[in-house]
Design a protein around this ligand. Structure first.
Ligand code: PMP
Length: 327
């Protein structure tokens, strides 16, 4: 059986399949989906405590990144983020002809905050992407730093909170203070709905109206809107998050025992440094365990895996112990 620990997904099924099967039977497949996502937005409003006017649902938060870049920047304009981080900020910037600038990390791979602020002043970027907790390092950015960024730039500042449920520390309240802030969220991680492709942005009504100008109509399928809405009504993410965080602690204890270097993570994944990367990767591959590897200069000797269910984690740990444990 394949074990997927490479995409930071929730290992648990969060959807009530019986209910959905029943409801899908009578679904109006011949009709276009709701253009305004009324039901979905009403549930998103409930879980975030923001008004529906302050929410824009998108086809995964990947699509929101593209929308933001299209709406708030033009070709050759500067886009700033810290590296290493989620690769799509750079990838989408590049294919849209924007000029992506990645601010190098400190030795410990944490964001170099002083240099970051300096680069904002130097390049005056049209859009700044902050990822917190950061994928793949797991670093949670402090509110003071995010505010410093917001106070340094008059342009758009995006805080990607894809993994926020695992850290429990959101920046939502900064939305009351800063018009140039967009918070990105997703149902693909803690909510366990990656396949539905539902992400959303939280920002001022003015920004939502502006973003909507660039959004394709019906960008989320009716079925996705429907299953996401029904699941949001029922789901208690706390129990999944708790399980994942407990498993994370258990894994960290074991990593310590076998002296594997890891980065503290406020998320559902861990970045580890392996002594003999190839040996580990070979053993994981042979056992059909999929993990994330990287080509860039900062991460070549690292492997990222997300926390799976207990059985999956045991399998991963036993391989790490075998290959690295006595190294
Ligand atoms: N932001 C971050 C930081 C991510 O890690 C991911 C998925 N790996 C996304 C956004 C995109 O998620 P989705 O498109 O599934 O909402």
């Amino acid at each position: 059986m394949n074990i997927y620990l490479n995409a930071n997904e929730n290992p648990f099924n969060t959807v009530d399949r019986n209910l959905i099967n029943e409801l899908l039977f009578s679904f109006d497949y011949n009709r276009y989906p709701d253009l305004d996502y009324k039901k979905l937005k009403s549930e998103l409003s409930r879980i975030t405590n923001r008004k529906v006017e302050n929410i824009i649902p998108t086809n995964g938060s990947d699509e929101l990144i593209q929308l933001i870049l299209l709406a708030y920047s033009k070709e050759n304009e500067n886009i700033l983020s810290h590296i290493p981080t989620f690769s799509e900020y750079e990838k989408i910037s590049n294919y849209l002809g924007r000029n992506f600038i990645g601010v190098k990390p400190k030795k410990n791979l944490k964001v170099d905050k002083d240099v970051f602020i300096q680069k904002i002043k130097e390049y005056n970027p049209k859009i700044i992407f902050l990822c917190s907790p950061n994928n793949p390092t797991g670093e949670l950015l402090k509110e003071e730093f995010i505010e410093e960024v917001l106070n340094t730039s008059n342009n758009m500042v995006i805080v990607d909170e894809a993994y926020i449920e695992f850290s429990g520390k959101t920046n939502i309240k900064l939305l009351n203070k800063y018009e140039n802030l967009i918070i990105m969220r997703t149902l693909s991680k803690a909510y366990g709905l990656a396949s539905l492709r539902v992400g959303y942005g939280l920002t001022s009504e003015k920004n939502i109206d502006f973003l909507n100008e660039y959004r394709m109509p019906y960008n989320i399928s009716g079925i996705s809107q429907f299953i996401a809405t029904e699941t949001l009504k029922l789901i208690d993410t706390k129990k999944y998050v708790e399980n994942i965080l407990n498993e994370k602690q258990r894994i960290i204890k074991e990593l310590k025992k076998i002296n594997i270097e890891y980065l503290n993570s406020e998320s559902n994944f861990i970045l580890i440094k392996t002594i003999n990367n190839n040996g580990v990767l070979k053993a994981l591959k042979e056992n059909k365990i999929f993990v994330r590897t990287f080509n860039d200069e900062y991460l070549v000797s690292y492997i990222r895996f997300n926390i799976g269910n207990r059985e999956e984690n045991d399998k991963l740990l036993s391989i790490l112990k075998d290959v690295v444990g006595n190294g």
